[in-house]
Structures are given as structure tokens and as C-alpha cells.
Design a protein around this ligand. Structure first.
Ligand code: PEP
Ligand code: MN
Length: 365
């Protein structure tokens, strides 16, 4: 489990609120725009459409694109920064783009880009993040840190900490899912326990969800955005293109400005502050029940481990190997059958007992 350093504890208390860099009246607040800047015309027509949506508070566009494979469209570079300027002066929307090195940062500062983000492929590189942090020293530009492509929290926290250490306070984390080797329903697995753990460690750090890169599929933007809102996430980054199918990058996941607005209008924001006293009492009672069950599970696990150690001792005395694979297989089958009858998910129970069994084996060694 990740630990908070003293710096991260301070960060948690002194990080700026989203309102100080992106004022918004509605939840969700949305940063929207094309995956990549392609032309001035594409940028302006997309931005004009998005500016009509009351939830859209900033315009994004990738200027330098970190593509997984070479010979893909790698972004238009510096001219795109001029287009971002045009978007801002015409629509009034603050602008955002991705930076991956010092030169990108310097150019963004020169062209007054309002918000920067560090992409998933850069968060994994402490050298690159440090270089970006140092290039930003002395400014107070808001920086959004996307999670690293691999499913772990350390590099994510590390990148945030590096930016904080040079004096940046307008920070936020972006959950954009994690790559997997096997093909799944999503382009990048959401792996919700990781952003939830980040929220637990740093509850004041604003957290944004990027359903476009999680899903890779425009049809799934809505359910994943709703899931994010249900988990208390208030900001979304969603890709939008006037002609999504013709986009030079990430075509399958982009929505037209009109569709994006329709999707966002349908989302139901959850109210984090519970005003209703009776509701609060009911929830407190249910939470107490849940905690009671959790305590029972812990007691039961402790009792199970006690028996495990006793049998381990016996096996040792009689020279019997610790692991008996057929016993483990029967046990697992039996537990899964029982779990199914009880309405529990078989994969879930399998995962739970795999952890318990691994610990039991360890206790006997
Ligand atoms: C993007 O936002 O277009 C992008 C490249 O994102 P990520 O770093 O999350 O892949
Ligand atoms: Mn993209």
C-alpha cells in the first residue's frame, strides 16, 4: 500500500481548489476538445460547438502526440498553439494541451496556454516529469497529471509530488485507465481501486476522469462518465471532433460537440453533501452494519489462519508437503458453487480465496 510522504501530506492540505483555476457552476465540469489539433478550421468549429454546452469549461487539443507506434500522426506542433490562441479569443474558453518536455512547456508559456497536462506515457518517466516541473518553476500554471499507463499508484503520486515540490499548487489527477496485455472491453481498464486509493490518500486533490481514453469507444463514454460521477469525481476530460470518423488520432472515441453535450446533459451528478438528516441516519446505520460484517470477516480470517497454522504444524511433524493441489482445487470448486448459490460473482470469490490460500500457504512455510 502506498504511503504518504510529508510533502504529499502538505500537498493534500494546500492544493488549490478547482474553482481557483477553472470556475464552474455545474457538475460535471468538462474539459473537451479534439484528441489532436489538426487545422485551424477543425479547432474553431469544434470549439464553437463546445462553447454552447454549459458544462464545458475548457478546450483541450493535443499539439504534440505521443504515439505508441511510429509513422502515426504525431501532432502539428507549434502552429497548433496559435490555433489554441484563436480558440480562446473567439470562444473565451481557457485552453489545455499536453506537454512532455521542457521545450513544450516553454512554447506553451509563450503562447499563453492556460492548463497543461502530463500524458500517461510521460508520467511513467521521472526524468521527463522532473524536467517539466523545473521548466514550470516560478509559474502557477495548472497541471493535470494523467495516471501512468501501468496499473500502479507510485509513479502517479511521484509525478504529482515533483510538481508540488517546485511550487505548483494548481494540480489535479486524471484517471484515464491502465493498459492491459489482453484485449478487454475497454481500451484502458479503469481499474477503479487505483483512483479510489488516490482519493483516499489525497481527498483534496481534484480528480478528473477521462472516459475517452478509458473506453476507446464513443458508445461507452456515457456509462463510464456516470460511474465516475457515482464515485464522487466531478471533472471530466472528453475528446470531441467535428467529424470524429475523420480524426487523425483516436477516431473511435471522439464525439461531435453536439453528442458530447447531449451525453453530459444526461449524466446525474451526485450530491456529496448530504443535507437530509433522516437519510444521513439511515446511511450511518447501514454503514455500521457493513463495519460489523467486516469485523466478523476479520475475526473469521484470524480463526481460519489459526487452524491453518495448526495443520501446518501437523504436516511438518509428519513430513507432509504444505501444498496439496487436489485439496485446493476441490476447495475452490466447492466455494465457487456455494458463492454462486448465494448470488455472489464466481470470479470475485475465486480472487478472494486465491489471496486467502496464498496467505495460508505462506503461514505454513
Ligand atoms: C490524450 O489526452 O490525447 C492522450 C494522449 O492521453 P493519454 O496520455 O491519457 O493517452
Ligand atoms: Mn487521444
Amino acid at each position: 500500500m502506498a504511503k504518504l510522504t510529508d510533502t504529499l501530506k502538505r500537498l493534500h492540505l494546500t492544493v488549490a481548489s478547482v474553482d481557483s483555476w477553472l470556475p464552474h457552476e455545474h457538475v460535471p465540469w468538462v474539459i473537451a476538445g479534439p484528441c489532436s489539433a489538426e487545422s485551424l478550421r477543425q479547432m474553431l468549429t469544434t470549439a464553437r460547438g463546445l462553447a454552447k454546452c454549459r458544462y464545458v469549461k475548457a478546450f483541450r487539443a493535443g499539439i504534440w502526440k505521443p504515439r505508441t507506434r511510429p509513422n502515426s500522426f504525431e501532432g502539428v506542433g507549434e502552429p497548433g498553439l496559435e490555433w489554441l490562441r484563436n480558440v480562446k479569443s473567439e470562444t473565451g474558453l481557457p485552453t489545455a494541451t499536453e506537454v512532455a518536455n521542457r521545450e513544450h512547456v516553454e512554447l506553451c508559456l509563450k503562447y499563453d496556454v492556460d492548463i497543461l497536462w502530463i500524458g500517461a506515457r510521460t508520467t511513467v518517466s521521472p526524468f521527463a516529469v522532473q524536467e517539466i516541473a523545473e521548466a514550470l518553476k516560478g509559474t502557477d500554471v495548472p497541471v493535470l497529471v494523467k495516471n501512468p499507463i501501468n496499473a500502479e499508484i507510485g509513479l502517479w503520486l511521484g509525478a504529482i509530488e515533483r510538481l508540488y515540490t517546485v511550487g505548483l499548487r494548481k494540480l489535479a489527477a486524471v484517471h484515464r485507465g491502465f493498459s492491459t496485455y489482453v484485449e478487454m472491453e475497454f481500451r484502458n481498464e479503469p481499474n477503479w481501486p487505483i483512483p479510489i486509493e488516490l482519493k483516499r490518500l489525497l481527498p483534496h486533490l481534484p480528480l478528473i476522469c477521462d472516459p475517452s481514453h478509458i473506453t476507446g469507444n464513443r458508445q461507452l463514454i456515457e456509462p463510464v462518465s456516470q460511474m465516475a460521477l457515482d464515485l464522487g469525481i466531478q471533472g471530466l476530460m472528453i475528446e470531441s471532433h467535428v467529424h470524429p470518423d475523420e480524426a487523425l488520432s483516436d477516431a473511435a472515441q471522439q464525439l461531435t460537440p453536439k453528442d458530447l453535450c447531449r451525453v453530459v446533459e444526461q449524466l446525474r451528478a451526485r450530491d456529496a453533501a448530504i443535507a437530509d438528516r433522516e437519510l444521513k441516519t439511515r446511511m450511518a446505520r447501514m454503514r455500521a452494519e457493513i463495519s460489523r460484517v467486516d469485523a466478523r470477516i476479520i475475526d473469521d480470517l484470524a480463526e481460519r489462519m489459526k487452524w491453518v497454522e495448526e495443520i501446518g504444524q501437523l504436516k511438518h511433524e509428519h513430513n507432509i508437503p504444505v501444498l496439496q493441489i487436489d485439496r485446493w482445487e476441490n476447495l475452490l470448486e466447492d466455494h465457487i458453487a456455494k458463492a454462486r448459490k448465494a448470488g455472489l460473482d464466481a470470479e470475485f470469490i475465486k480472487a478472494v480465496f486465491e489471496i486467502i490460500h496464498a496467505q495460508a500457504v505462506r503461514r505454513q512455510l
